[in-house]
Design a protein around this ligand. Structure first.
Ligand SMILES: [Zn+2]
Ligand SMILES: [Zn+2]
Length: 388
């Protein structure tokens, strides 16, 4: 029987697969071709494959031995609505759709792990390879859970990786507790009456009230939240009026709130509502708000994060992250349903630093091996094979 210890012989094929996915990106819940390619690749190596989980999600299952223990590994498959500006030979064939967050790489690394584990089979238990849709703002993880993900494919633990341009390639980092922020968005409508700018006393001034709101909202984090807690509130959009001599009847504002602690999240939402009521009363306007919590904070279980760091040290340079990031991630929903951890894989290339979601970003193929090896090592360590 052939012994396969390394993954070197898989790498050329994985790089080609990644670049093919990169060239043919698909947006949230439209990952039909990507899901077909993933499913075909999993079937080719003999995995049990379930498609259409959470619309376009795919789960591949590999069972070895007799243990009832199981591990879930998750990759995201969706691209972003961005016009690619990399100039690469394998750049997007779909104008305005772009793998600007490296999910092409995540999908490839998880497939690589499936290929390696299917031939080495050096573990005892069940691995569920979870390929999810719609991570970018449309809660594909939640869609999979609502479609019975963890009932149909029970997992004792679940891990997900995200490439991380801020860390050098080969560095692997995570932390116990919060790692990514909860993301809320709000839209506020300030209604006055509107009228001639020369007679402002005849209408509540929606522009002035909106300006007051922007100032007041910006005091919430500094004045209402304990300095030991962390949070961000940003007003990101304001619109109203279209003439120099007309007071508009309405002004709209939009913004986002980022937190790590549900209690702080509650405090901020309550304070935003108080500010609105106060400004409405003082200005005579009517102010309504649509406040939407779209992703919760991503909170790693302590044991899972520590396990990931221990195993990571056997594969690359493991570093405990000193602080969480203020961006958000829908793997948070999976961590609410199942113990696990979210792990950053450094993908920095020396002096160059192109952030995620930038039109010039590209996943670094040099880290495919690190990602595959880490997936495999986590499986082998969490589901150790029976020693005879
Ligand atoms: Zn992203
Ligand atoms: Zn991403």
């Amino acid at each position: 029987m052939t012994q396969h210890t390394g993954i070197d012989d898989l790498l050329d094929e994985l790089v080609s697969f990644r670049r093919d996915i990169h060239a043919h990106p698909e947006l949230a819940y439209e990952e039909v071709k990507t899901a077909e390619k993933v499913a075909a690749s999993l079937r080719e190596i003999g995995l049990e494959v379930t498609t259409c989980v959470g619309k376009t999600g795919v789960v591949g299952t590999l069972k070895v031995g007799n243990s009832n223990r199981s591990l879930g590994l998750r990759a995201d498959m969706d691209a972003l609505p961005i016009v690619e500006e990399t100039g690469l030979p394998y750049a997007s064939c779909h104008h305005g759709v772009f793998h600007g967050c490296g999910h092409d790489g995540h999908t490839t690394m998880l497939l690589g792990a499936a290929r390696q584990l299917a031939r080495t089979r050096n573990f005892d238990g069940t691995v569920h390879f979870i390929f999810q849709p719609a991570e970018e703002g449309q809660a594909g993880a939640k869609a999979m859970i609502e479609d019975g993900l963890f009932d149909r494919f029970p997992c004792d633990r679940v891990y997900a990786f995200h490439n991380w341009p801020d860390l050098p390639a080969g560095t692997i980092s995570t932390r116990p507790g919060p790692i990514m922020a909860a993301a809320d968005k709000f839209s506020i409508k300030v209604k006055g009456k509107g009228g001639h700018a020369a007679v402002p006393h005849q209408t509540p001034d929606a522009i002035l009230a909106a300006s007051e709101l922007v100032s007041q909202l910006n005091t919430i984090v500094s004045r209402r939240i304990a300095p030991t807690s962390t949070a961000v509130l940003s007003v990101t959009q304001i619109s109203g009026g279209n003439s120099h001599n007309v007071l508009p009847g309405a002004v709209t504002l939009t913004g986002t709130v980022r937190t790590f602690d549900p209690a702080v999240q509650d405090q901020i939402e309550a304070a935003v509502r108080q500010v609105i009521d106060g400004v409405a009363l003082a200005s005579g306007t009517q102010i309504s708000i649509d406040y939407h919590r779209y992703y919760p904070a991503t909170i790693n279980a302590g044991a899972a994060a520590e396990h990931a760091l221990k195993v990571a040290a056997t594969v690359g340079k493991a570093v405990q992250a000193p602080e969480p990031a203020f961006t958000s991630e829908d793997f948070a929903f999976m961590l609410q349903a199942c113990e696990g951890a979210y792990v950053w894989l450094g993908q920095g290339r020396g002096g160059e630093h192109i952030p995620l979601h930038h039109p010039g970003y590209d996943f670094n193929d040099d880290i495919i091996a690190t990602g595959v090896n880490l997936h495999v090592a986590l499986v082998e360590d969490f589901l150790p094979s029976q020693m005879v």
